[in-house]
Design a protein. Structure first.
Length: 558
């Protein structure tokens, strides 16, 4: 299955966003009182699906492309040198230790590391630190042959012993709950043994943070606290500095093992700017060469000043209620249903989406293979919401909080949610923590009576099990206040244990979540890159994940 575990994105390259206008103000949100007719919500099935034993059927594996040669016609045009500056809002808490680099923490230092395999949006898989791989006949191990010409940024050698040490760290950190052990087969061959087969396994290796390699020599010399702040990898750029809330700086790795062109710029800087007005002003005067952001008003504004946009709708923002705690009001299904009926997603999309975003009623984005266009879900219906709220355990003294991800692209969206909930009688407190604090909730638990406002990207493309595995696997600590027991565990295991992903089993998982309002979708999300005309060969949104960038291929025509 060629497109296994690769993000399905829609690439829209435009130089002007039609109909967005040039207004610098965000339309005001009000909670409408109209009561549209609500369609009946589907109910979750309780039938246990039949599955094929993974032990008796061999899963399909991606075919690797063995050449990455830069076309000769483009080489002569490339200019080298200069500093490439990115403006972004995502500030990482850590930049150097892959076992801790999830979410925005991984976006910043990606240029300092290489994965075992690279993947692109078309389903192609490329050898990177690994030159080949072989899945065992019983599906319980995978063996990688590694490059023998790679050095870390500190000059130390990359080999199977160092790879094992890095992979063991992933197991110790519980980032890979289905990995059992790692063996060194020979100096440049490493074998990973699985506890059991899961059809999400390849997501660990194709552009996976879990195969980003760190210099063991640097770790032994300096310790983990130093490594967290000083990435020492094998990638196309070498780390220089990281100033929290300010900047990240890396320079060209002239000894990079990949001789297929690049890096072309001498320096790569990331500027962390949280205020959209400041971002726009910096881009306007040329203080940033490209901006990484969510599709919406800011993307439209950047297009209006002459920047080019590459945009993909690849994710959905939604509320993650505290359902693991029986004392939480969110554990009451009628309360969750009331909340979902109270939110006018169409209005949010219309007023805050600026033509980019739609109104989701399910977790997969509308361009994903697992999106069900016939799914009805719960529509905006304040009267129904009030009826369900009266039947729930909510009263005026009940504590209700929404903890907002710092990655949320537009604060007005969650303010609209707060207003809609208030319109049916729910008093909501909003909490806007810094990223480091929010990560403790994302990777652990949060207080009773609270819900997270969290993004859910389609990590596996057609195999949405990759997203389910990342966030909802019962063995993961991630989203620990979301109830992963009982029926969910059965459905999840049925879906992930088959040799290849089965869309019908994935759909049963998604229907269970949506029918029971266990995640409440609010608005679509995605990734936009707005870049200046002189920024060339960005290959935007062409990697297997929309947040991964081929910075080494970019050159500046100025």
């Amino acid at each position: 299955m060629k497109k296994l575990l690769l993000i399905l994105t829609v690439l829209i390259v435009i130089t002007f966003v039609a109909g967005c206008g040039s207004s610098a103000t965000t339309p005001a949100q009000t909670a409408p009182t109209a009561e549209p007719t609500i369609a009946a919500t589907t109910t979750a099935t309780t039938t246990t699906p039949a599955i094929t034993s993974a032990a008796n059927t061999r899963p399909a594996t991606p075919t690797m492309v063995t050449t990455t040669t830069t076309p000769a016609s483009t080489v002569s045009k490339i200019k080298t040198g200069g500093t490439l500056r990115e403006i972004t809002v995502a500030v990482p808490a850590s930049v150097g230790w892959p076992a801790e680099l999830t979410g925005a923490n991984g976006e910043t230092p990606q240029v300092c590391f290489d994965p075992f395999l690279r993947g692109d949006v078309n389903g192609n898989v490329y050898p990177w630190l690994a030159t080949s791989y072989k899945l065992a006949d019983n599906n319980l191990s995978i063996t990688f042959t590694l490059r023998n010409d790679v050095r870390f940024h500190d000059g130390s050698r990359f080999n199977a012993e160092v790879a094992k040490w890095n992979l063991d760290a992933q197991i110790s950190a519980r980032q890979q709950p289905y990995w059992d052990s790692v063996e060194v087969v020979d100096p440049y061959t490493v074998k990973i043994n699985f506890k059991e087969w899961r059809n999400t396994m390849f997501s660990s290796f194709i552009d996976g943070v879990s195969t980003w390699m760190v210099s063991k020599e640097a770790f032994d010399k300096n310790g983990i606290d130093w490594i967290r702040k000083n990435p020492v990898g094998t990638g196309p750029f070498k780390f220089v500095s990281f100033a929290r809330d300010t900047s990240f700086v890396a320079v060209k790795n002239t000894d990079w093992w990949n001789k297929d062109g690049g890096p072309y710029v001498d320096k790569y800087e990331i500027l962390y700017v949280s205020d959209p007005t400041t971002q726009l002003a910096m881009a306007r005067v040329g203080d940033g060469d490209f901006v990484t952001l969510e599709p919406g008003k800011m993307a439209a504004d950047l297009a209006n000043i002459g920047m080019t946009l590459a945009t993909g709708i690849v994710s959905v923002f939604g509320l993650v209620p505290d359902t693991a705690n029986a004392n939480s009001i969110w554990s009451d299904p009628k309360f969750r249903q009331a909340v979902e009926h109270s939110i006018n997603r169409e209005s949010i999309a219309k007023n805050l989406g600026y033509g980019f975003l739609g109104a989701p009623n399910q977790l997969p984005p509308r361009d994903n293979a697992n999106y069900d266009k016939n799914y009805v879900g719960r529509k905006y219906d304040p009267a129904k919401a009030k009826e369900l709220l009266a039947q729930s355990g909510y009263n005026a003294a009940t504590k209700v909080k929404i903890i907002v991800s710092p990655l949320a692209p537009n604060r007005d969206a969650i303010l609209a949610v707060q207003a809609y909930m208030a319109a049916i009688g729910i008093n909501v407190q909003l909490d806007f923590p810094e990223w480091a604090k929010y990560v403790t909730y994302l990777n652990g638990t949060w207080e009773s009576g609270a819900a997270l406002f969290q993004v859910f990207p389609a990590l596996g493309g057609a195999n949405y099990n990759a997203t389910l595995a990342f966030y909802f696997d019962p063995l993961q600590t991630r989203l620990g206040s979301w109830d992963k027991k009982g029926r969910w565990t059965d459905l999840y295991n049925f879906s992930t244990r088959t040799p290849q992903a089965d869309p019908s089993l994935i759909r049963k998982c998604l229907d269970f979540i949506q029918d029971n309002a266990l995640i409440i979708p609010v608005h679509e999300s995605g990734r936009s890159y707005a870049y200046a005309p002189y920024v060339k060969d960005g290959q935007w949104l062409q990697r297997s994940m929309s947040s991964w960038k081929n910075i080494e291929k970019i050159w500046l025509d100025k």
